[in-house]
Design a protein around this ligand. Structure first.
Ligand SMILES: [Zn+2]
Length: 145
């Protein structure tokens, strides 16, 4: 059993060819920490001569998201309002989005995570998911006024 199939099955999903292929594409984007839109996935499939309709791609992404295998992000207008997807690979991280270039940076900060847990606990809750996006722009003189 290949890795994609194992991950899908473990998450309680039937391992269809479409799910396996999209999981694979998201996995191949991990090393560069790319966040892919449904359009990106569509284009990559086309590039390798495969055809999958955009609505099927969205359906698969939603299935993967519901099964906890994929995170969906809305980084607002700087990513043209598109949802971006990445594999939930276990390494929790937060994002910064540059408001001038749309560049997405990832970071981890144990202090922020600890503070979020403490805040939830103070209100009698435990954290089951978290999302933090910091909007940034390049600081300093090289920025146009
Ligand atoms: Zn990310």
């Amino acid at each position: 059993m290949n890795r994609e199939r194992r991950a899908l099955t473990r998450a309680g999903l039937k391992a269809t060819a479409a799910r396996e292929r999209i999981f694979q594409l998201l996995e191949s984007a991990l090393p560069e920490r790319h966040h892919l839109s449904a359009d990106d996935i569509y284009a990559r499939l086309r590039q390798s001569g495969e055809r999958m309709g955009i609505s099927s791609i969205y359906r698969v992404l939603t299935d993967l998201e519901d099964a906890g295998l994929v995170h969906r992000h809305h980084f607002d207008r700087h990513t043209m309002g598109r949802s971006l997807f990445e594999l939930a690979d276990g390494a929790e991280h937060d994002h910064m989005v540059c408001v001038e270039t749309g560049r997405i940076l990832e970071f981890q900060d144990p202090l922020i995570e600890a503070r979020q847990r403490a805040i939830a606990e103070r209100h009698g809750f435990e954290v089951v998911g978290r999302k933090l996006v910091i909007r940034v722009r390049r600081a300093g003189a090289d920025r146009a006024p």
